[in-house]
Structures are given as C-alpha cells and as structure tokens.
Design a protein around this ligand. Structure first.
Ligand SMILES: [Zn+2]
Length: 153
C-alpha cells in the first residue's frame, strides 16, 4: 500500500521517524500551540526491511535549532525536509550531536548549571544507543529514560 499525502506549500516534513514516535515528536514541538494544519502518519511501512516509520507534515512551521536537538533524543535518524513554495529547499538528518548545549537540564540540583542562571547546561554524549550523556560541569550521567521525560515534558 502506498500512502499519498497532499503536497504542502510551505512548512516542514519530518520523515523516517522511528515507528510510533511521531506523537512524541509533536509533543516536543508543542502540538497544542500549533494552529496550522498538521498531518501525522503513524506506523507506515518504510522501504528498508519491513520496518515501520512515522511521518509528520506541518504547514507554515519551521524547526528551531533547539527543537532539532530535542528531536535527536526522540527520533535519531529522522530527516527534516524544509518546504518552500512546494519545493524541498533543504534536507537535514536528525542525528545525535557530540554535545547537547542548553537543551536539557542536569539532574543534579547542586550542579552549577542549575544554581547559576548565566550558565547554560552542557552535556557530552557518552553513548548513542541507548543514549547516555554526561554533564560537562558535575559529571552526572543522564540516561535515555530521563532525557525522554525531559524533552516531552
Ligand atoms: Zn551537572
């Protein structure tokens, strides 16, 4: 079965989201505050080896770098297509960066990134699968579950 979805004029298409994670991605983007049309396709078959993927189309909405980084926690491997005037003008892969800066908070309440407001949080990626990051200030290790909880609020 092939699913055809109308082309959008301007906006963002996030493709190759791991199956079932589309709704979480929309949560990260603040679905309740999006006024423009949104399409979510969930668990459609992806080309490679019978896997499943989710796909999101949002009209007139583009991702901030921070949202991009948050999506790296939920949907690494997804692709972001920027649509301008019905054409894909930019395509980016969502991959786990070497560092997360000002994206998540340290779970150590005494960490200087929590106690001093002028210091942005910073985490080095220790492991990508499952994701594990280490605070650059206090060395606290934060795991995938905690990260997920933080980005979806
Ligand atoms: Zn810390």
């Amino acid at each position: 079965m092939s699913l055809k979805v109308d082309v959008i004029g301007n906006g963002t298409v996030i493709d190759h989201i791991p199956g079932g994670r589309g709704l979480l991605c929309l949560k990260v983007l603040g679905i309740e505050s999006i006024d423009s049309p949104v399409i979510l396709l969930s668990n459609v078959s992806s080309n490679n080896k019978g896997g499943k993927k989710d796909l999101i189309k949002i009209e007139d909405r583009f991702l901030t770098p921070k949202e991009h980084n948050k999506l790296a926690i939920i949907a690494p491997g997804a692709t972001v297509n920027i649509i301008n005037d019905t054409h894909v003008t930019d395509k980016r892969l969502i991959s786990v960066p070497e560092k997360f800066v000002d994206v998540i908070c340290c779970t150590n309440p005494n960490c200087v990134s929590n106690t001093e407001s002028y210091i942005s949080s910073s985490f080095a990626v220790e492991r990508k699968e499952p994701l594990e990051v280490r605070c650059s200030y206090c060395d606290r290790v934060v795991g995938a579950k905690q990260l997920l909880r933080q980005v979806i609020g």
